[in-house]
Design a protein around this ligand. Structure first.
Ligand code: BG6
Length: 483
């Protein structure tokens, strides 16, 4: 399958925090790959800006290093790396002082799309936004890109939104949730709204419940300081799982246009009921199978931060009233597995009698790894001896169906090019982020008020037993992880 590359005009992208971890792991490799795909015209520029005292040559060396480590096989092509580095420039700046801003302004004078990627902590957003403006670097074609964590509660998110709104119009602000850049996540919309098959059944009348699991086998990986203050609820549930929930539950937008899509997602978040305490399980991993415990990993023997959370929630609207959504995410689980399972209801009546058995249709959308879709269909067990029903999967692995050359760009490649094209569809709007915090805040406040201690679970297991019990009480089972 040949992938289609949509050309973009020459652009400048300034990566503020250009020597940080995110730039090294994600942003630089993503731009390099888009360059290799022919999307960075000759005079497009990547300008790194950070405190580190480097010159352009020094930064190019830094970029080469980052590519060798994080850009995979493409980075073995020396000529391609050289060609990419010719686009790279560097300015040393002080985000809170005046150093370097004049030089950066001198570099960014051309009349073209200028994007400023704030690859720094939210504490610096306002200082940087103000300087971009006072040094005359912004015009109506300028965009800024900000990363999560976008606040740590509703109040701080509102405050950040207000700070940015002082300098930029909402149409210029791109809040990244990298899950929205994943090919398979976008496929959720294609599957739902590109097929006649599913949509008529996509409601409480036919669907028993929906599960979303985002499981990781990694631990906190050197990010203990950040994670201790965040926990799974802020790190994953408030953003990534919330976005998946929106895409699976939203009404069809009238068109695939940024505000039409985001309006529908917002309605989902606003329809969320508050979560009952007995419908949430928090967990924290303990040492097992050669892995250290969460508490050792973050260096806090008394930590009450959750590395796992599972919950049941409801949407108060016509489509979904009465259908539970079960969401779970955690670190140091048995394996990396992100999937959504839509479990349909029983047929209203079994004509085959109780001996035949009865099965529910399940639609599983595997997000990562091994992206694909499986529909469980009930058929007759082959052979004589009466009618016995069994489940067989109608399986579609995307890799098999589309071939190994199918273009599955990394989420950051897709999202950065969308910024440059000016397409906000896959970015979170201010009201969406605030609505997600408005739902999350009471849950976290409840834990704090009760002094809640997460339930321990063995590293590389399926999470705390209480998460299983929560499902069993509802006479259901988690799919995926512990299958
Ligand atoms: C990030 C979280 O947003 O997403 C990390 O901060 C998490 O804790 C990561 O590991 C998971 O992303 P992915 O793309 O590996 O599923």
């Amino acid at each position: 399958m040949v992938s289609r590359i949509i050309p973009v005009e020459a652009f400048d992208i300034v990566v503020i925090g250009g020597t940080g971890d995110l730039a090294r792991r994600k942003i630089l490799p993503a731009l390099f790959k888009r360059h290799c795909a022919g999307q960075m015209l000759d005079d497009s520029r990547l300008i790194g800006a950070a405190r580190r005292d480097l010159d352009t040559e020094g930064y190019r060396e830094y970029v080469r290093d980052a590519l060798r480590e994080f850009a995979g096989e493409l980075a073995l092509n020396e000529a391609a790396v050289q060609a990419f580095c010719a686009h790279v420039h560097y300015v040393s700046i002080d985000a809170r002082g005046e150093k370097g801003w004049e030089d950066l302004a001198d570099l960014t004078t051309q009349d073209r799309v200028r994007s400023f990627y704030f690859s720094v902590g939210p504490g610096l957003f306002s200082d940087i936004a103000q300087r971009l403006q006072s040094y005359g670097m912004t015009n109506e074609d300028s965009r800024i890109v900000v990363e999560k964590p976008f606040g740590r509660d509703l109040e701080t998110a509102r405050d950040l939104n207000a700070q940015l709104a002082r300098y930029f119009d909402e149409s210029q602000i791109y809040r990244i949730d990298h899950y929205l850049g994943k090919e398979t996540v976008q496929n959720l919309m294609a599957v739902r709204f590109g097929n006649m098959l599913f949509e008529p059944l996509w409601n409480a009348q036919y669907i028993d419940h929906i599960q979303i699991t985002v499981a990781e086998s990694v631990g906190v990986e050197g990010r203990g300081e950040y994670y201790e203050k965040a926990g799974a609820m802020r790190d994953m549930m408030q953003n990534h799982l919330m976005q998946l929930l929106c895409l699976i539950a939203m009404e069809p937008p009238a068109k695939f246009d940024p505000d039409a899509v985001r309006d529908e997602k917002l309605k989902v978040i606003r329809a969320l009921d508050s979560v009952q305490p007995h419908h949430i399980v928090r967990g924290q991993y303990t040492a097992s199978d050669g892995a250290t415990s969460y508490r050792e990993d973050v260096g806090n023997e008394r930590s009450k931060t959750e590395s796992f959370v599972a919950l049941r929630c409801h949407l108060n609207n016509w489509r979904w009233a009465g259908t539970p959504f079960y969401l779970r995410t955690g670190k140091r689980l048995s394996h990396r597995d992100s999937e959504i399972t839509v479990v349909f209801k029983d047929t209203p009546h079994s004509i085959f009698g109780p001996e035949a058995g009865r099965h529910r249709n399940e639609l599983t959308i595997q997000l990562q790894p091994n992206e694909g879709i499986t529909l469980g269909v009930t058929i007759k067990e082959p052979g004589p001896g009466g009618m016995r029903l069994i489940d067989v999967p109608l399986d579609m692995s995307f890799a098999e169906a589309l071939g190994p050359e199918a273009n599955t760009p990394d989420a950051y490649e897709r999202l950065i090019m969308d910024v440059i094209r000016g397409n906000q569809t896959l970015f979170m709007r201010n009201d969406e982020v605030e609505a997600a915090w408005a739902w999350t805040d009471p849950i976290i406040r409840g834990w704090e008020a009760r002094g809640d201690v997460p339930k321990p679970y063995d590293a590389f297991s399926a999470g705390p037993d209480d998460a299983m019990l929560m499902m069993r009480r509802d006479e259901r089972d988690w799919k995926g992880l512990d299958k």
